[in-house]
Structure formats: structure tokens, C-alpha cells
Design a protein around this ligand. Sequence first.
Ligand code: GDP
Ligand code: ZN
Length: 365
Amino acid sequence: MNDRHETESMGHNSMNRVPGWNEELESAFSAYKGPYIAGRVVSRHKTVCEILIPGAVVQAGISGALLRIGKQPVVGDFVVLLDQPELGSRIIVNILPRRTCLSRGAPGDGSGEQVLAANLDTIFIVTSVGKDLNLRRLERYLTVVYSSGASPVILLNKIDLADDPVLITEKIQSIAGDVPVIPLSALSKDGLDALSPYLNPGETVALIGSSGVGKSTLINAFFDEAIQKTADIRKDDEKGRHTTTVRQLFLLPNGAIVIDNPGIREIQLGDSSDGLEKAFPDIVHAAHSCRFKDCTHHDEPGCAVLKAVKEGLIPEERLDSYHRLTDELIFQSKKSEIGLKRLEKEKYREIAVTIKKYKKFKGKP
Ligand code: GDP
Ligand code: ZN
């Protein structure tokens, strides 16, 4: 529990504050007096977290009380540690308010959404020239990012392989609205300068996108030396092999923070209904003129969205994508409702068992 690794290698020197710390956190933390310190979760393991504190990365357990009320620290969280080095103990006792929160619907188990990372300022949605380029998938990512509260930026990687990078960039821009689309090559480092407005000291970014688009190569390019192993692309399926990393939060030499882990990379659509509206402002705008307020834009008379599609103002594939994502959201919210009911049932069963035991106990002389 007590091993401190120096963080010189993480590239930050004047760190009397936790990276990403701000006044709001300061005031939330000011309630803690005594043996408490603030830190930021660098990686989460089952029962232990690695925490960045001023000048070091330390390990800390998670308090049972926190877990009992269903609070799970995730990478990027600012946490309060009860620091008792003389007892060899360091425990996370609270999670400070999250600024933004990247979540996904937990697949299969019906228990609703799962937070993957917290306090992200910007999310780079990475795609690449070639097979990965899929506007529908980008719309999906935009929906997820918008619902997290972080700002999306689309990176079009591997432009060294493109015949006409401008054309591809314009194609992406057509579905991206005001979201910046940045063509670059992580390999040749062309275009990387355009990312500097999003990599400010104290700001946190994460990267999402399919395997093989070049996320690890990009993170490497942010540093002078390679810290994130990149996988060679397999000839057969053009997909990069998975590279596993222990640490999931990195400090760039200028003090910007990059978060990267497999869960974030493979994000799925969660509870993103407000994100959906932000990702499809053109459809939302047209829908204001639909005859029926609850129009689903499938086959209703007086549907202004269908009219816009007919007139070529909204691409048909884009409306299809909107419908598909809407269906998925409905499915997931039903699934999490079922999950909640199941949890409730289990809780009641637990209470019933406790009462039974109690009665039995009281019945004894
Ligand atoms: P990740 O799965 O998204 O992390 O992808 P990687 O960073 O592991 O990259 C997958 C493959 O794409 C590797 O073979 C990289 O060398 C290659 N790659 C990454 N960026 C570029 C680029 O800008 N241009 C080209 N031509 N290849 C790249
Ligand atoms: Zn309509």
C-alpha cells in the first residue's frame, strides 16, 4: 500500500495540485480537514485504485461505505483519500462531483449504465482513411460523446493514405455540424499541430474509435517517446491487435491529461437521448414542423423530416441512422428498467430474509 512511484516520468514537475484540479473541486474538498488528501484516479482495478497525488502515484483501497451506496470510482475521478501512512492505509472515502461522465449501457446484464471515465473535457473521436470510415458509426460516437457532457472533436487519421483528404474531410463535416474535423497522420505527424487547442494544461482528453484506427500511435505522437505499445496491423483483417495498458491516465509534458483504456475505446451507445438530439440537430430542427408533435418520422402524414429527405436536404441514410439509434435507446431504456425491477426484487427478498431471521432470533428464549 505504501509504495510511492515518483512521477518524474509522467512529465509534470510543478505539481502541488492534482492535474485538472479547479476552484469547484477546491471548494468541495475544503470540507475535509485532517488526514485527508485529494487525488485523481489513474487506473481502477477490482478493489484497488492507482491514484495520482501531488508528486506521486499511490495505491488506495475503496471504502466499504462508498461501495455500499453504489459509488464506484472510475478513471479520471477526483477523490478524497483518508491518508494514514503510519497505519499503512490509504482509503478512498469520497468521489468529488463529476464535471462530465462518459457512460455506456452495461451490455447484457440489464443493470443500466456503467460509468467508464469522469471529468473529460474533450473526446477525440478517431477514424481513419480506408475501411473504417463510416459516417453512421461517427453519428453513433457523436451521440455518445454529447451525452457525456464533453466536447467532441473528430480526427481523421492516416491521411497519408488518402488520394483526396479534402473530399473525405468534407464528407465527414457534412454529418458533423459544428464539430471540428481534423485531418492528420499520426505516423508522419502531419496535422498534429491542429490538436494543440484541445491539449491545454489541466484539461483532460480521451480517445474513442475502432481498433486499428491509430489511437495508440496518436498518443505516442503526443509524447516524445513511445509509452503506449502499438500493435502491428494484421494483414488478413486490417485490424490492429489489442494492446493492454496498466496505466490509463497520462500526463503530457505540457500538463494536459490523456485518458485511454479499452472500455472507453469500445464504448457503446448508453443512455444518450439528449446526445442523440445534439448529434442530429438538422432532424430535430425539421421535426419542429411535423404535423404531429409525437411524429416518429416513419410514415406519418405531414412529416417535415420525410419531406426534407425527399427534397434532398437530409440524406436518407442519415434518417435511417437516426431511427436505428432511437430504437436502440428505447431497447436499452427498457432493458435497464427490467434490470432495476430485478434489483428491487432482490433487495426486497434480502429484506424479507433479514426479517425472517430477526423473527426467528426474537422467538428464541
Ligand atoms: P489503435 O488500435 O487505434 O490503437 O491503432 P494503432 O495505433 O495500434 O495503429 C494501428 C496500425 O495503424 C499500426 O500499424 C499503425 O502503425 C498504423 N497507423 C497509425 N497511424 C497511422 C497513420 O497516420 N498512417 C498510416 N499509414 N498508418 C498509421
Ligand atoms: Zn416527422
